[in-house]
Design a protein around this ligand. Structure first.
Ligand SMILES: Nc1ncnc2c1ncn2[C@@H]1O[C@H](COP(=O)(O)OP(=O)(O)O)[C@@H](O)[C@H]1O
Ligand SMILES: [Mg+2]
Length: 486
C-alpha cells in the first residue's frame, strides 16, 4: 500500500511499539519523529519513509549499523521493519539526537560560528570520523550535505543513510538526491545505472566532503546548478574567495574536488590523517601573517597604513592595521583594517572580522558608528539582506537624515519588494537633494517595478540631464520611446 501523508492517530500510537511525541523533520524522503518506545520507555527517533509502497528491502536505511557498536559521529540505527501488530508502516528506528542540522546552523549565520575556524573545522573533523566509520563497514553515505549533519553543542553526527549503498547493491538501490545535488560528485549526477556501477560511492563521498568544507570556509558553493556540477565548470579556489584560508587548507579542499576520482584523496583514513595537520596549520595561519611585518621597519602604524591605502596597496595596509589592532586593540586600527579589505573587495574577510569583534562594532563611539556603516555596505555587497536590514536600522537611528543611508535603506526596501515605500523614500531624497544621478536612477527602476512607466520615463529624462552619457539610460529611453512614452 502507498500512503502519501503520514498522519498520527488520535492516541499518537504507532502500532503497538511507539508513542509519537514530536515531528522533528520533514525530509525529502521521510518524516522523522521523536518517539517513546513502549516496551522500555526509551526515547528514540523514528523515520517513516514516504514511499511506503516500496518493498521493505528498498526502504531499509543503514542496516549494517544495527549490529555495530555505536560510533559517536554517526546516528545509531536500532531496528527497522513494519511496525507490529498491523505491519502497515515501515519505519527506521534510530538514536534520538537533540540537535539542529548544520544547514540550519549555517543559515542562522550563528554569530561566532561561521567566524571561527576552530568550530568549523571541529565539526568537519567529526563528519570525517563518522564517514570513516561508514566506509570501514563497507557503506558509502551517498548524500553528505549540511541537511544530513546534526549538530549539538560539541558533537556532530551523520544521519540519513537513505542514499547509502553497499557496493554489491549498486543496482538494487538508486535514490535521486532529494533537495540539493550541489554537494554531489560530477560523475554521480545524471549517471546512468551502468556508469553508476563503475562509480565508486566512496570517492563520491570524498567529493561531497570537499564541497562541504568549501562551503564552510567560503560561505558559498563551487557550483550553483546541476549542469555546472555535471560539467564541473571552473570555480574559484577557496583561498581566492576567502584569503584567510591558508594554503594547506586550500590544497586539501582542491584535492577533494578533482574531476577525476583517482586524483582525489584515495580514502577517508588518508583524509583524516592529512586533515589533522591542515587544521593545525589553519589555526596558526593568521598569527604567522602578522609576524611577517618586520618590527624594525615600522614607522607610526597609522601613517604607514594610510600611505599604503593611498598607494592602493590595501593588502599591506590591512596587515599593518591588523598587527596594530592585535597588539593594542585600538578600534581605529580595526576600522582601518576592515576598510582596507573592503576596498579590495574581500567582503567575506570583512564579515569574518566584523563578526569576530561585536564589542568593537557595537561601541558607542564614532569609530563604532563608522564600523556599523561599513558592516551595512558589506552585507549589501554579499546580498545578506537580513543582516543589512539590522544594520541600516541601527545606523539610521544614529543619523536619521544621512542621504547615503536613506539611499541604502531604499535599496533594501526594493530588495524586499516594498516598492511603494522605496519610491516614497527616494522621492523624499530627490526633493532634498535634487539632480543626483544615484537617486534618479533608482527612481526609474522602482517605478518600472510599480508598472508606472510614465513616472519611470519622467525620472529617466531627469537622469539623462544629470548624467548625459550613460548608455544604460540611452537604451532605456529607446525602450520607453518604443512604448510611446517619450
Ligand atoms: N536521529 C535523529 N535525531 C534528531 N533529528 C533527526 C534525526 N534524524 C533525522 N532528523 C531530522 O529529520 C530531518 C530529516 O531526516 P532525513 O533522514 O535526512 O530524511 P530524508 O531522507 O527525507 O532527507 C533531518 O534533517 C533532521 O532535521
Ligand atoms: Mg536528508
Amino acid at each position: 500500500m502507498t500512503s502519501k501523508f503520514f498522519v498520527p492517530r488520535a492516541d499518537r500510537r504507532l502500532g503497538g511499539r511507539y508513542e509519537l511525541i514530536e515531528c522533528l523533520g520533514d525530509g525529502s524522503y521521510g518524516w522523522v519523529w521523536r518517539a517513546q518506545r513502549l516496551t522500555d520507555g526509551a526515547i528514540v527517533a523514528v523515520k517513516i519513509p514516504k514511499a511506503q509502497g516500496k518493498r521493505n528491502e528498498e526502504l531499509a536505511e543503514g542496516s549494517p549499523l544495527i549490529e555495530q557498536l555505536p560510533h559517536p559521529c554517526v546516528v545509531d540505527v536500532y531496528w527497522m521493519g513494519r511496525v507490529p501488530p498491523e505491519r502497515e508502516w515501515y519505519v527506521i528506528e534510530m538514536e534520538y539526537f537533540p540537535s539542529i542540522t548544520l544547514a540550519q546552523l549555517l543559515d542562522k549565520g550563528e554569530e561566532g560560528f561561521v567566524a571561527s575556524y576552530d568550530k568549523l573545522l571541529g565539526v568537519f573533523e567529526q563528519v570525517l570520523e563518522g564517514c570513516a566509520h561508514l566506509h570501514r563497514l563497507g557503506m558509502s553515505h551517498g548524500d553528505i550535505k549540511p541537511q544530513n549533519i546534526l549538530v549539538s553543542a560539541d558533537r556532530a553526527k551523520l544521519t540519513d543513510f537513505g542514499s547509502s549503498v553497499l557496493p554489491e547493491d549498486m543496482y538494487a538501490r538508486t535514490r535521486e538526491n532529494g533537495g540539493t545535488i550541489l554537494y554531489s560528485a560530477p560523475e554521480s549526477v545524471g549517471a546512468t545505472m551502468l556508469s553508476k556501477n563503475r562509480t565508486s560511492g566512496f570517492l563520491c563521498d570524498v567529493y561531497s566532503l570537499g564541497v562541504l568544507l568549501y562551503h564552510l570556509v567560503t560561505a558559498r558553493l563551487p557550483h550553483d546548478t546541476l549542469s555546472q556540477v555535471a560539467r564541473h565548470v571552473p570555480f574559484p579556489r577557496a583561498r581566492e574567495v576567502n584569503s584567510s584560508v591558508s594554503q594547506p587548507l586550500d590544497d586539501y579542499i582542491d584535492r577533494c574536488l578533482k574531476l577525476a576520482p583517482e586524483e582525489r584523496w584515495p580514502n577517508i583514513d588518508a583524509m583524516l590523517d592529512a586533515f589533522r595537520a591542515v587544521r593545525r596549520a589553519q589555526l596558526q595561519f593568521t598569527p604567522t601573517r602578522m609576524l611577517a611585518i618586520p618590527q624594525a621597519l615600522r614607522e607610526d602604524w597609522s601613517t604607514q597604513a594610510v600611505r599604503l591605502v593611498e598607494a592602493g596597496d590595501y593588502r599591506d595596509a590591512e596587515l599593518v592595521a591588523r598587527a596594530e589592532f592585535e597588539s593594542t586593540r585600538d578600534a581605529q586600527a580595526f576600522l582601518l583594517m576592515v576598510q582596507a579589505s573592503y576596498q579590495e573587495g574581500r567582503y567575506f574577510d570583512c564579515i569574518r572580522d566584523l563578526e569576530a569583534r561585536p564589542d568593537v562594532v557595537d561601541s558607542p563611539t564614532s569609530t563604532g558608528a563608522e564600523l556599523r556603516r561599513l558592516a551595512l555596505s558589506t552585507y549589501l555587497e554579499v546580498g545578506q539582506v537580513d543582516r543589512a536590514r539590522v544594520f541600516v536600522a541601527r545606523c539610521l537611528a544614529e543619523t536619521p537624515d544621512a542621504p547615503d543611508l536613506l539611499l541604502k535603506h531604499a535599496s533594501i526596501l526594493a530588495l524586499d519588494a516594498k516598492y511603494e515605500d522605496a519610491a516614497e523614500q527616494l522621492m523624499d531624497l530627490n526633493r532634498r537633494i535634487p539632480g543626483k544621478p544615484a537617486i534618479l536612477r533608482r527612481l526609474v527602476a522602482v517605478f518600472e517595478q510599480l508598472r508606472d512607466t510614465g513616472k519611470a520615463a519622467a525620472f529617466l529624462r531627469a537622469y539623462q540631464k544629470a548624467a548625459p552619457d550613460d548608455p544604460w539610460a540611452a537604451s532605456k529611453a529607446e525602450h520607453f520611446r518604443a512604448l510611446g512614452l517619450a
